[in-house]
Design a protein around this ligand. Structure first.
Ligand code: NAD
Ligand code: ZN
Length: 390
């Protein structure tokens, strides 16, 4: 089959690779009909995530048709259309039982490695380094889906791929980010980053009862989407100056009730050696430039909530913890517990509360994916979300 493989920073190629096979009784093989590129893939593309090997297959937002199932998978059969959560979870461990699927204790065979190197690990993830289990990803024609009796969601008749694809990641991620804000009626929520995750966080904040959402970015098309589709008030942080000051002014001097960082690792204008350098114990985020993590703490009102869907790794230094403590802020963060949200968010799509296709700006074939990574990274050609038709 053909697959998009990682060869190094800014070097991804479409290669011919062996087809995946059933390895365990709970596996399924899915023929991919639609896949996507995520902002998280850019951390791999930029070379920030260690333990990648040349030839690793990327991609964790995908769906398709079941072509084979292992002997213990009785809920799926050949021909079923499924969308697959990007987090791999066993369904049986303490964390899965507590609905904390992205912390699954059994799906990452390399958790021991991650814990000994970095002091932390998470569940297995598709196409996201050997730190997260070394699973082949879904920017490919076929993929092996472990624990297929637990993860994949069957797509109801009559729904298109594009309507349900983002249940694999960015819709639940934006939704959990908003849920983590504990929104009360009348609240104002500020969202840093108007990429796909930020866009879904904006919509979700309104679904959960926010009265105002203020969106921050520098890219005009993304701000426009936040304003027109998301009903957000907008701040262009490059043109409009001090974001923290503006947010205070827009909220009667108080600050937003909740602040969402949907940017993460490579916040614009910040040099982040991130995890790779952390191994060498020398990572320091530069303090002389604006950094979203600092801004969310500084802007948030007393007693407010800070929600971090943006991905971080390693150490982040010089955080205003005095302010966070004095203001009694609540922090919530982490990899999304995708399984938790599949059915409730499918229902919201079916009831036309949201049409997730609004975020798609580009559709490409597998052969075009290397150029699409470059375009998405540099935010060229008004690119917001790329879907792939393998
Ligand atoms: P993206 O790169 O398309 O969007 C990031 C946006 O942030 C861009 O529009 C960029 O212009 C903006 N930005 C950069 N610096 C900024 C700053 N200083 N202030 C305001 N905006 C700034 O990525 P995405 O797909 O939307 O993903 C966003 C983040 O969410 C990434 O870190 C990604 O890894 C993470 N993510 C997390 C999960 C999870 O499970 N928690 C899942 C998916 C994605
Ligand atoms: Zn993703």
């Amino acid at each position: 089959m053909k697959a998009l493989c990682w060869f190094g920073a800014h070097d991804v190629r479409v290669e011919n690779v062996p087809d995946p096979e059933i390895l365990n009784p709970r596996d399924a093989i899915v023929k991919i009909t639609t896949s996507a590129i995520c902002g998280s893939d850019l951390h791999l593309y930029d070379g920030y995530i260690p333990t990648m090997k040349k030839g690793d297959i990327l991609g964790h937002e995908f769906m398709g048709e079941v072509v084979e199932v292992g002997k213990d998978v009785s809920n799926l059969k050949k021909g079923d259309r499924v969308v697959v959560p990007f987090t791999i979870a066993c369904g049986n461990c303490m964390f899965c039982k507590r609905d904390m699927w992205s912390l699954c204790d059994n799906s990452n065979p390399n958790a021991w490695l991650a814990e000994s190197l970095y002091g932390y690990s998470g569940s297995g993830l598709y196409g996201y380094s050997h730190l997260y289990g070394g699973y082949a990803g879904g920017q490919a024609q076929y993929v092996r889906v472990p624990y297929a009796d637990i993860g994949p969601l069957k797509v109801p008749e009559g729904m298109s791929d594009e309507q349900v694809l983002f249940l694999s990641d960015i819709f639940p991620t934006g939704y959990m980010a908003a849920e983590n804000c504990g929104i009360q009626p009348g609240d104002t929520v500020a969202v840093w980053g108007c990429g796909p995750v930020g866009q879904f966080a904006i919509k979700s904040a309104y679904m959960l009862g926010a009265e105002r959402v203020i969106a921050i970015d520098r890219i005009s098309e993304r701000l426009r989407m936040a304003q027109e589709h998301g009903r957000a008030e907008i701040i262009n942080y490059e043109k409009e100056g001090d974001v923290v000051e503006m947010l205070k002014q827009m909220t009667g001097g108080v600050g937003p009730d909740a602040c969402i960082d949907a940017v993460g690792l490579e916040a614009h204008g910040t040099s982040v050696g991130a995890i790779t350098d952390t191994i060498k114990q020398k990572t320091r985020l530069s303090t002389d430039r604006p950094h979203v993590l600092r801004q969310v703490i500084q802007a948030c009102r007393k007693g407010g909530a800070v929600s971090l869907p943006g991905v971080y790794g390693g150490f982040v230094d010089k955080m205003p913890m005095g302010a966070a403590f004095a203001k009694a802020l609540t922090f919530k963060m982490g990899q999304t517990h995708v399984h938790r949200y599949l059915h409730p968010l499918l229902k919201r799509i079916q009831e036309a509360e949201i049409d997730p296709t609004f975020v798609i700006t580009h559709k490409v074939s597998l052969d075009q994916v290397p150029q699409a990574y470059d375009m998405f990274k540099h935010k060229q050609d008004s690119c917001i979300k790329v879907v792939i038709k393998p």
